[in-house]
Design a protein around this ligand. Structure first.
Ligand code: SF4
Length: 325
């Protein structure tokens, strides 16, 4: 078995947003989007980052690509700090790290033909002449299942289905042959059958090109279809991490169990097997506490409402942040 080689490492990353409380302004309040968040993704791995909306998943992707700075911690790609990259080193980084967004219609320029859309990264990076670029665009359209590719070159996004648009977005992201892909809820706008095809395409890209993928999703069931490992994010903190199979078949953290109850596994009739969510939330304690305490059925009074659990390695190699373990 090959030793995993870490590609992307986030260590104790914190991000805080200042939110205005009212239309009248005022000082506002701080909202912690990520709280000492750590994650490592290995070369060629598909890692699923799972959590409900507002858990901080998209903040992770924005910080990796440098759309905004972190307030603390360290983000490294191939051992090099991502924050502060400039000039040629920044351009080299953007060539190696690409993003696929949730809504392909929003992320594609509606005035660009499919050829112009997929070719643009080659132009930005000054790669190839006109003949090379046309051949390369056709090749990657073919790889992403848009065949025969010549029939797509002069079409526009509004002339394609949602699934075809997402394939175009994937082709654009892959045309530079990046080593790391961030897929941010890439199937949330698609129906189940098309989603399944997109999962197969992403897996094919990993197998064929060795690209590592950070797959961001709200659905553990979707992550199970695709990912090697998953991390579960709750209010900006990683609360559980393990292989996709064991985390989904044998979840440890109550929040992971709640996610499974909310999104039953594909093909399963099991509904609300865990019942870990309280009907009514407890008041938020004034002192340090587990962030999941107000919603957690198995919470232990005088423990979970008086201190904050930290992420611990278990003998099995899994990680969990809960006083039950
Ligand atoms: Fe629930 Fe306590 Fe575990 Fe937090 S530490 S998830 S409150 S049992």
């Amino acid at each position: 078995m090959k030793t995993p080689v870490s590609m992307l490492t986030m260590s104790d990353v914190t991000k805080v947003y200042r939110v205005k409380d009212s239309l009248l302004g005022g000082a506002g309040r701080d909202v912690v989007a990520l709280d000492r968040f750590s994650m490592t993704i290995n070369a060629g791995e598909i890692y699923g980052l799972v959590g409900e909306s507002g858990s901080g998943k998209t903040t992770v992707s924005r910080l990796i690509v440098g759309l905004e700075p972190a307030d603390g911690g360290d983000i490294r790609f191939d051992g090099t700090k991502v924050m502060g990259l400039k000039g040629r080193r920044r351009k080299n980084f953007t060539k190696q790290v690409q993003v696929i967004f949730q809504d392909p219609y929003q992320s594609l320029n509606t005035h660009f033909s499919i050829f112009e859309t997929v070719c643009e990264p080659l132009v930005i990076h000054g790669i190839g002449d006109r003949q090379f670029r046309r051949a390369r665009v056709c090749e990657i359209l073919d790889t992403t299942g848009l065949t025969p590719p010549e029939t797509y070159l002069n079409r526009y996004p509004h002339q394609l289905s949602g699934g075809q648009r997402q394939r175009v977005a994937i082709a654009r992201a892959m045309v530079l042959e990046p080593r790391f892909l961030i897929a941010d809820e890439p199937t949330s706008m698609l129906d189940a059958l098309i989603s399944f095809q997109i999962f197969r395409l992403l897996n094919h890209l990993r197998e064929s090109f060795g690209v590592a993928i950070l797959f961001i999703t709200h659905s553990l069931a979707a992550a199970r279809n695709l990912c090697d490992r998953v991390g579960v994010l709750y209010r900006g903190q990683l609360v559980e991490q393990g292989t996709a199979e064991e985390t989904i078949m044998n979840p440890l953290h109550p929040y992971t169990k709640a996610l499974l109850d909310a999104h039953p596994r594909f093909g399963s009739s099991r509904q609300k097997a865990y019942g870990v969510l309280r009907e009514t939330e407890r008041p938020i304690p004034d002192v340090d506490h587990c962030p999941f305490y107000p919603r957690c059925n198995p919470a232990m009074d005088n423990i979970c409402n008086e201190s904050t659990p930290t992420l611990k390695y278990l003998d099995s190699g899994r990680k969990v942040s809960c006083f039950l373990f």
